[in-house]
Write a protein that binds this ligand. Sequence first.
Ligand SMILES: Cc1ncc(COP(=O)(O)O)c(C=O)c1O
Length: 398
Amino acid sequence: MTDTTHPFDALMEITARPPVVFVRGEGSWLWDDTGKCYLDFVQGWAVNCLGHSPPAITQALAEQGGRLITPSPAFFNDASLRLAKALVDQSCFDQVFFANSGAEANEGAIKLARKFGALHKNGAHEIITFDGGFHGRTLATMSASGKKAFEPLFEPKVAGFPKARLNDLASVERLIDDKTIAVMLEPIQGEAGVWPATDRFLLELRELTKAHGLLLIVDEIQTGCGRTGKLFHHEHAGIEPDIMTLGKGIGGGVPLAALLATKAACCFEHGDQGGTFCGNPLMCAAGLAVLQIVGAPAFLKSVADTGLYLESQLQRLSARHGLGEVRGRGLLLALDLKVPMAGSIVGQAFEEGVLLNAPRADALRFMPALNTTRHEIDLMVDCLDTGLARMGAARRVV
Ligand SMILES: Cc1ncc(COP(=O)(O)O)c(C=O)c1O
């Protein structure tokens, strides 16, 4: 793609992007360089949990940036210690390793499980993952993912990730043998189209993994940090996993991710894990600002309430246009369109100044800022309503 004012060609072409350049954001709103304003229900792919450039994060970054940006991962820094303690205090986990992306946190989880198998389970190293799962774009996390489009890519894959089916305990049980060390899953499969694991499945999976001495790893990179109305999604099921990964929302827009584990599962030795920017105070300061707000019970309740409102509005829209189910929890929802028209709807909404995401051809995914308002939801739903009607897709039943 070329453009007379923007050097688009200087970037590697890794995905189709509209020729629009964003220059400013505030809360649920984004502006491009022509001054056009967009209502953002993508929010960096469920990243900006407090919206664009929230004062709490910009102030934390400015304050920390003026004090200390990075002393090297070979030394402790106060922001990472405080954030680790805050995460440990608000979860069932005992220790934290900070990373820079979700994929890197998941790589860490995979390594931790393999190390655990080497130390405690005669070298067991296989990690059961799930069809439709998504864990990142490094070689190991692509191999752990159950995304069909990844299958032909970058062969040979990293071995050791047999796939079970979500919400099918017997499919997990069948794969367990003496090579198995862990089961790893997203509590809601986001990239696949927002397919939730049931609370009952999570509960039974916890019992099954305990009975076989296996680690349970929850990838909460999309579902964590308040997205579903609890600080961490697995709390809905009342379970305590052994390992959890966080990304996206924990940094509120900056590259921060975390690997958390119980004391029993923490078995890295010197040299096993690390990274130049891991736990740098600048990103951790943003994480602390996020956690202080998102971790408050009143905030989490407001996410759950706003999620119910969005869900009800989408259900009304679905009934009005003869569409399918609304899936998900809190502010991670999908609307099943029943027919492959998601791409056209997203394109049309973009023209109207509303940013939406289509994880598959027949579904829309909604992942607004956790502090989005009912008014903003109404604006987005009105845009969808008009778009559906205009596309002639409307099969009105009321
Ligand atoms: C559940 C899940 N795991 C892992 C990742 C990878 O995170 P990142 O893109 O930060 O590497 C994502 C990103 O979409 C995700 O949704």
